[in-house]
Design a protein around this ligand. Sequence first.
Ligand SMILES: [Zn+2]
Length: 611
Amino acid sequence: MLGRALLALLVLVGGGARALAAPPSVIFILLDTTRADRLSAWGNPRPTTPALDRLAADGVQFVRHFANAHATRPSMPQLMSGRYYHSNILGAFQTDSHPREMSFARRDPTAALLPAMLRDRGYTTAAVSAHTWIAADSELGRPFEHFELLPFTAADGHGDAAPLVDRAIALWRARGRGRPLFLYLHFMDMHIPRRLPEGEPRFAVPGYDWRARFTANGEPDFGQDRRRWDRHDARDFTDRDRAHYEAVYDTRLQYTDEQLARLLSAVRDEDPGLRDTVIVVTADHGEELGEDGRIEHPASLADGVQHVPWIVAGGPVEPGRRCTGVTEHVDVVPTLLALLGLPLPSDVTVDGRAWFEATGRLVAPCGGTAAYYAWEDYRAVRAHRYLFEERPPGSFEARCGGEARLHRVDALHRRRLAAPGIERRMGRLRRLLRDRLAERERAFRADRYDAPARSFVVRADFWRTTDAASVRCVRVDESTDRSALGTDGWMWSGRGVTARGAEGPPLSVRLEVPAGVYAVDAAATPIAAPPWLFGFARWRRKAFLPDVPSEFPPLGTLDASRGELALELPAALGRGHHVLALRLTPPGATPSVPGVGEGQRDPLKTLGYVQ
Ligand SMILES: [Zn+2]
């Protein structure tokens, strides 16, 4: 504590006259799963967000703001560090089973999270969270002096805005007046399950019996066979189903805005002009509401998922301004620090730009022309009316869906463009993307791990195959018939690989892993012989749907001393198995099965993250 106080004092002394005035307190409102166009300030004709609209009018509205990734776990590290590449910062999900979720990830000393930076500058730090992943014992949670996770049942899946705001107001009123407060609030109301506060949608679709199609939690009660394979598939929604789905979302957003109104009014009671309080509002990602046949937040990178609100008001912010250029999540931390008059720590770097001067004026012109999306299995750039994405070369996703993809973006619709005639535009966007991300990604991947001490798995999504390897792409779902599976060779099902036919060559795969020697096992589920006559649908489900491995056939001890593991999967193994991953166990460790922690499974199931 002494060190921290001393540092704060040094900052005060060293920062000159401006820093002698205490910086304003900060309330950071994170609306999980909230897309920009559903706020009335962003054009929704329904009055969903009067309180946020007023806040935007009192401050700056960043009209074209984009999340750097499609979901909570990929997005939060980028938002909170201002860096495109960063390992997991949230509470445990399936530890050691995703390249960004490894327990042996190395902390990058040149990256820092917002709560840690503000704590080190003398802020009192407190958080209230409605999301099980936004937790005290995570890298994001640890810098907070006070952290509250709201209680909720597994069936609810997440906390509610009303008790969250109650706690926020209580913490706000009880704050010490000697130090500024950083209060982080994580709302989950726009995430499924979306309960209707009055039992009916507030923007009901006339003459539509929603109870015949949807649950009281806003989830489709039809098409289970389809969504068992892909929960984002909404190609069977009618226009009225879509309208209801959107009405429930808007209801939940309006309800949240009413709760936020209570908080904002409690803050204005003490600080009517928000002179001593900066309020930041944004979302980790958006939500697709049936446009283009998708719901929730898949990695479609469509605007429904990526375009999110960003409002900054209070403190020195010049009121009533709009930033109409493109901004992105990596800009949020540098922009806020600039506004607070706090320079970045000298050993820390960010990728984003500050869009405020310390006086509270917007930088002119505000915003750029492109937003970048970065995660383990995609990188993409969104510029003008185009979205260009790249999938890792040699991955099944690249082999089966194309390594480079260009889409035209029209409002909430994303339409893939085909050659010929697109090469020049693809080339320009590819250069833009590589200039911005390639070196950052390379440096991150080269240095992200310490030596592992226990088993971890690398799912087939993250393998690379050689060009010579022959693999058929058969995305298995409820409509896949017997003939589509083929009779011989290796096949990618969309989840894993299996081999068909009596004999065939092995499958050569390569993985990027921490340098070392490993005992390697396949991680698979068994596949029985398909039935001759009846029961194919059941067999298909049993063979291809489970994504938790139950068998671990050994493949030997292999050397990955250069950080790359190369191996051959024997066809005989592939014939009786759906191989989902490879399990690597370092010397001295006992092979174990990474998975979701007990107590986590039920709430995560309600949120749709585990089967
Ligand atoms: Zn989220």
